[in-house]
Design a protein around this ligand. Sequence first.
Ligand code: SF4
Ligand code: SF4
Length: 66
Amino acid sequence: MPKAFLRIENCQPERCDRGICQARKHCPVKAIFQEEPHEVPFLSAGMCNGCAKCIEACPLKAISLN
Ligand code: SF4
Ligand code: SF4
């Protein structure tokens, strides 16, 4: 099964809604973690089910499926 992969070099939280990761908000299994607004999130591939909702939600296309 493909897993989501975050390219941190493409992620710019300051360009998301008040620094809050939009991909995290849309992940149904809470596989994306962002401790504080404006921090680059962490994506747990082990928890990911490959649904691709985060890919649609990220405005900068920083996430892809591997
Ligand atoms: S939505 Fe995309 S650009 Fe914004 S913080 Fe999340 S991964 Fe980064
Ligand atoms: S592909 Fe789905 S399960 Fe995996 S991190 Fe993205 S939203 Fe979450």
